[in-house]
Design a protein around this ligand. Structure first.
Ligand SMILES: [Cu+2]
Length: 294
């Protein structure tokens, strides 16, 4: 059993225990939410039995969650309305109550309504949707660049300015150490400074992959021979963000997780120094120069 599993289990047991002891219920629930908050502050990852989205990290994710919540309200109202109409129609026009069916085929008022109302709903959805789309397109307002290449079955991260590049492989199940997450942790995470807007130049080495980190609300396809652009808005806080390739890319598709580790500015500097020794690119390929020129 892995630590995250154990802590989730322990949390569930504690919760059940606290629910029995009603005297401490309020205090216990407050402690539980505090523990959950602390847990979330350190890592953005999928939780067992999670039903909702991962907590939003950064402005893009916050806007995406807001749009999602708006859509959820609209779709719920539409579904309830259609269900009510269906139930009403089944009851009101059932054969026993309605032996002579009407032969009506047209009703101008209703036809105009069922054309205009959906158009209005779509316009209501389109406004925040396009706003977010254009916001996600502001890659020129970023502070640093990382080039990401998807490969069968690992990621390669390049820092053009820092002149370093390295591969990032999942830690195999039999080499997992205490505190590491099965199928999620990698040997070399993408280390970034906290509170930074980062441009991602995304490419593929072979087949299509997809760079997907739910908490940062970034999902972009990697296509060989084409550089796609996206940006992430890493918020303040030393957090590890987990993601996965979400384009079926071959037999080890599920074994190429993404780990983005946000650290403080000083720690980032120290990491760059150390990483340069470890991963320095001897010769800068042309793609790096192109990326840097932008
Ligand atoms: Cu892949």
């Amino acid at each position: 059993m892995y630590p995250s599993r154990i802590s989730a289990l322990a949390l569930a047991m504690l919760k059940r225990h606290l629910q029995k002891a009603s005297m401490f219920k309020g205090f216990g629930l407050a402690m539980l939410s505090l523990m959950a908050t602390i847990g979330l502050a350190q890592a953005a990852e999928p939780q067992p039995w999670q039903m909702n989205l991962q907590p939003a990290a950064g402005t893009i994710a916050e806007k995406a969650v807001d749009l999602h919540n708006l859509l959820l309200i609209i779709i719920t109202l539409i579904s309830l309305f259609v269900l009510a109409l269906l139930v009403y129609t089944c009851m009101r026009f059932r054969e026993s109550k309605n032996p002579n069916p009407s032969k009506t085929t047209h009703n101008t008022v209703i036809e105009i309504l069922w054309t205009v109302i959906p158009v209005v709903i779509l316009v209501v959805i389109a406004v925040p949707s396009f706003k977010l789309l254009y916001y996600m397109d502001r890659t020129d307002e970023t502070e640093m660049v990382v080039k990401i290449t998807g490969a069968q079955w690992y990621w390669n991260y390049e820092y053009p300015k820092e002149e370093l590049a390295f591969d990032s492989y999942m830690i195999p199940e039999d080499e997992i150490q205490e505190g590491q997450k099965r199928l999620l942790d990698v040997d070399n995470p993408l280390v970034v400074p906290e509170g930074t807007r980062i441009k991602l130049l995304v490419n593929a080495n072979d087949v299509m992959h997809s760079f997907f980190v739910p908490s940062l609300a970034v999902q972009i396809y990697t296509v060989a021979g084409r550089t796609n652009e996206a940006w992430i808005d890493v918020p303040m806080g030393e957090t590890t963000y987990y993601g996965q390739c979400n384009q079926i890319c071959g037999v080890n598709h599920s074994y190429m997780p993404i780990v983005i580790k946000a650290v403080s500015a000083e720690d980032y500097k120290a990491w760059v120094e150390q990483a340069r020794e470890e991963f320095a690119t001897v010769e800068r390929p042309q793609t790096l120069q192109l990326a840097q020129a932008q």
